[in-house]
Ligand binder design. Structure first.
Ligand SMILES: Nc1ncnc2c1ncn2[C@@H]1O[C@H](COP(=O)(O)OP(=O)(O)OP(=O)(O)O)[C@@H](O)[C@H]1O
Length: 248
């Protein structure tokens, strides 16, 4: 069910999710709305269910109870259309050193969901990919093989791949994990600009030193439940997350 407000782009209503073979639900009874242009940090201890929450929003996991809608589309019953509007930068990617694709090819693959099976790439697709590479300042790497790049450079390529898609919402799982401090600041500026364009950015993170200078929605997960959902200034996010008592 959609939340009905025009600027509500992500809507979770009493969501319970599990993994195939898991004995009990991994996240339980989660509800929240994310509006256009919000910057959201999802925090909480290891194993709390943060990645699982992102995967539920992308429609990668079964929803045992409740509903998830993105841009008004149910992520399970309108999966193909909903996924076209979601950018998802995964955690712990690992490219084999001999992966036979260049940076430009990987970024252009971000357009495939929009191109579909029966249409050729157009100039617009190529330009969207180039624009994403320029935004991430990786255009000078376009002919390099992806597997030969550093972890931080690969991270930027994956973000560019998702930007090329021109998503309506952008989810990122620990996007700063491979980045040096200056690159974190650069990526933070880029994410801020994406938010300014109206696209909500939701990221799981354990690093709070490079958050953009804007209001941040802070969602804290603990043992599969949402225990805090509030708005904070960036310099108070770490304190807020730390202040949540650990479940006993
Ligand atoms: N593929 C899977 N199959 C079964 N259980 C899983 C699977 N992936 C994760 N889990 C379990 O789901 C729970 C939540 O995991 P999740 O990866 O969402 O935590 P997280 O908060 O993102 O942790 P971290 O901060 O360490 O990345 C954990 O108990 C984990 O063991």
């Amino acid at each position: 069910m959609s939340c009905g407000k025009p600027d509500c782009l992500i809507h979770l209503e009493n969501v319970w999710t599990t993994y195939e073979g898991a004995e009990c639900p991994v996240i339980r009874d989660i509800s929240f709305d994310i509006r256009a242009g919000e910057f959201v940090v999802i925090g909480g201890p290891n194993g709390a269910g943060k990645t699982t929450l992102l995967e539920a929003i992308t429609g990668l996991l079964p929803i045992v109870r409740g509903s998830v809608t993105v841009c008004g589309m149910g992520v399970l019953n309108e999966a193909t259309r909903a996924r076209c509007s979601i950018g998802y930068v995964i955690q712990n990617f690992d490219f084999h050193p001999f992966t036979p694709y260049t940076v430009e090819e990987v970024v252009r693959m971000g357009r495939y969901g929009k191109i579909g099976w029966f249409r050729r790439e157009t100039e617009e697709d190529v330009e969207a990919a180039r624009d994403a590479m320029r935004t991430l300042r990786i255009d000078h790497l376009k002919d390099e093989l992806i597997g030969k790049l550093s972890g931080g450079q690969q991270q930027k390529v994956l973000i560019a791949h998702n930007l090329a898609k021109k998503p309506s919402v952008l989810l990122l799982d620990e996007p700063y994990s491979n980045l040096d401090i200056r690159t974190r600041d650069e990526v933070s500026d880029i994410l801020c600009r994406i938010c300014d364009s109206g696209v909500p950015v939701m990221m799981v993170s354990h690093a709070f030193d490079s958050l953009p200078d804007r209001d941040i929605r802070v969602i804290v997960m603990q043992t599969g439940r949402l225990v805090l959902n509030t708005v904070s200034k960036p310099d108070n996010v770490a304190n807020l997350i730390r202040s949540v008592p650990v479940a006993g």
